[in-house]
Each structure stands twice: as C-alpha cells, then as structure tokens.
Design a protein around this ligand. Structure first.
Ligand code: RAM
Length: 345
C-alpha cells in the first residue's frame, strides 16, 4: 500500500513539474537578467531601477534576477556578460545592445541554451531577439529632433550631431531617420549637417568632441546630441564658454536642469526624452510575459501590466514582420517643466 502511494505521489509530482514547464517557465523558477549598455551612465541606472521595481512587485525572488552594467559601452564587454549569463542558465535576458550585429553569435548561443532574448532601448538584428521594448517610434524621435534643430537654427545654417558610439543601434536609427527626413522635405533644404561626431557615451570624450566641433565649424549654429551623456557634456562646454551655439537632443532632466532656458545664459532651449524608469519596467514585464509563455514575441501578442499604457500590443517594426513594443511618444522638456521632471529622473 505504502509503495503504491509512493508511486502515485511520484507520478503526480512528475505531472506537476511537466505542466509547470509548458508552455512557459514556472514563475517561481524563472530567472531574469538585464544587461544595460554600460556602467556609469545615469540613464542606464534609471532603466535598472524600473526593471528591479517590477521584479520585486511581481514577487520574483531576489536571487532570481540580476542586473549587469558592462564596464564600457562596447560589444566585447556585453559578450563577456552574456557568456556568464549563459553559464548561469538564466531564463531570459533583456539587453540594450551596443551593436546591431556583433552580438549575433553569442545571442544565438544563448537561444540554443533555451534563453529568451528581449531587447530594450537599442535593438539587435530582429532574428536574434523575440521582441524589442522601444522607447518611442524611430521616425517620431527623428522628426522631433529635426524640427528642434530647424526651429532653434531659425530654419537655416550649419548643425552637427554629437552621438554616442558609432555602432549604437538606437542612435544610428535616429540619425538615419533624421537624414531621410531632411532629404525628403525641401523645408529643411537650408540646414546643413556638417558632421556626426561620436562621444562614445563617455563624458570626457563627449566634452572633447564638442570642443573639436566648435573649433572646426565657426559658423555652427546648433548641436543635436541624441544621447543623455553627450548632451550633458555638450551643455556644460557651451554654457561655460558662453557660446552662441545652441543645443538640443535627448537628455535626462535631472542632468540638464541647469542648462535649459530661453535666454543667452542657457545652452539648451529644449530637449526630449521618455521615462527611462518606465522603459526598464516595460522590459521586465515583457521578460516575465515571455518566460511564462504569455507572449511569444509575435506581432499581435498582447499583455497587461501595471503601467500607464497597458495593455501593450506587439506591433510590427516598419518594413519587417518582427515585433516591437512602443513605450510611448517622446516628451519635450523646456523651462516650463524641467524643474518638476528633474526630481523624477
Ligand atoms: C544614452 C544612451 C541610451 C539612449 C539615451 C537617449 O543614455 O545612449 O541608449 O537611449 O542616451
């Protein structure tokens, strides 16, 4: 009798284990990783804050999620991190990629090991991930930046772009879209893009690149920095010098408050961003939904979560059948609202 009971219990346990694994992973066993672009960038820390907040709120045990800030915004630093996550056997990796293609082979290894890949902030090749948590539509961001340059330059003259790394998928997508917009509309024909410089999301390099742009282009009117690190460094250079060159781009309100204003004493009339904490939260919810099998990454999948625009629907990346989840529209920061937002992120 005892033996029979034992066999019955074992069978029940096996059935229980099998059903917990299909189609997703049992919630109590799933483990999650966030890999940001690099350490030392407050934007990435905000992403991590949102990711961690959701992991805690969803009851994921502290040992079951891990946040990694690679030492530099390079593909090699991310490959090292991903290799160690593969050895640890995490269920899901959310990554803000430093390169669109160079992570491909390590991500394929992760996939072969059963790890689900989701990107946020900066995408990889669509076949190497299940979905992408995109902060805002690429064209939408580019249009906002082009219109800001046009407005601040008074419709004509020279502008330069101070970007992050030359391989950053997100910055390159925005810059390509900016070029396409200015090329296709005669409204922008009197604007001249003189150079795209790269500060590598490092403060010192971005400072040096700003100084070099000022020295090289005496007629420069506007610098557009679609990177929170670049814009903060450029703002300081321009404001310290009392330069007449103006700045716009994508910046963290907390880092940019002292530089935003409408008078000659401030280097940046206005800029844009989204909430990086929310972007990290969205990536955490998407990771959990993928690991639990609630979404698979295909266009049309939906999931609900405790965020403003929930439920989220996976939509098609323009010109592909791959999916992305758009967080929202870029938000404008100027002298009217910067103080309030500087307290938030
Ligand atoms: C920097 C990073 C990040 C980007 C923001 C706007 O912090 O490059 O990827 O989204 O700027």
């Amino acid at each position: 009798m005892k033996k029979l009971l034992c066999i019955a219990l074992s069978i029940l346990m096996i059935i229980g284990m099998l059903s917990a694994c299909a189609p997703g992973i049992d919630k109590s066993q799933a483990s999650y990783a966030l890999v940001t672009k690099s350490a030392g960038n407050p934007y990435n820390e905000k992403e991590a804050e949102g990711f961690e907040k959701v992991m805690k709120a969803m009851g994921v045990p502290a040992g079951n999620y891990i946040i990694k800030h690679p030492e530099a915004a390079t593909v090699d630093a991310q490959i090292n991190v991903i290799n160690s996550l593969i050895s640890q056997g995490v269920s899901c990796i959310a990554i803000a990629a430093n390169d669109a293609n160079a992570l491909s082979s390590v991500l394929k290894e992760a996939k072969a090991a059963g790890i689900k890949i989701v990107t946020l902030d900066s995408d990889v090749a669509v076949e190497d991930r299940l979905t992408f948590c995109n902060q805002a539509g690429v064209t939408q961001v580019a249009q906002a930046l082009v219109d800001a340059v046009y407005d601040i330059a008074g419709g004509e003259g020279e502008y330069a772009i101070l970007s992050a790394t030359s391989q950053a998928t997100n910055q390159n997508a925005w810059i390509d879209a900016m070029k396409a917009i200015t090329a296709s509309d005669s409204k922008y024909s009197k604007l001249t893009l003189v150079e795209v410089a790269y500060g590598d999301d490092e403060n010192q390099k971005s400072t040096d690149q700003t100084q070099a742009l000022l020295a090289k282009y005496p007629n420069l009117k506007v610098i557009c920095a679609p990177t929170t690190v670049g814009i903060a460094a450029a703002a300081k250079v321009l404001q310290d010098k009392g330069s007449s060159v103006k700045l716009t781009g994508l910046g963290l309100p907390s880092e940019m408050a002292e530089f935003i204003g409408d008078d000659a004493a401030h280097s940046c009339p206005y800029m844009f961003l989204w909430n990086p904490i929310d972007l990290g939260s969205l990536a955490a919810y998407a990771s959990i939904a993928l690991a639990e099998g609630k979404i698979t990454g295909k266009v049309g999948d939906t999931f609900t979560c405790d965020m403003e625009n929930s439920p989220y629907t996976l939509t098609a990346v323009e010109g592909t059948t791959a999916s992305e989840i758009i967080l929202g529209a870029p938000f404008r920061f100027d002298s009217s609202n910067i103080a309030e937002w500087a307290k938030v992120y």
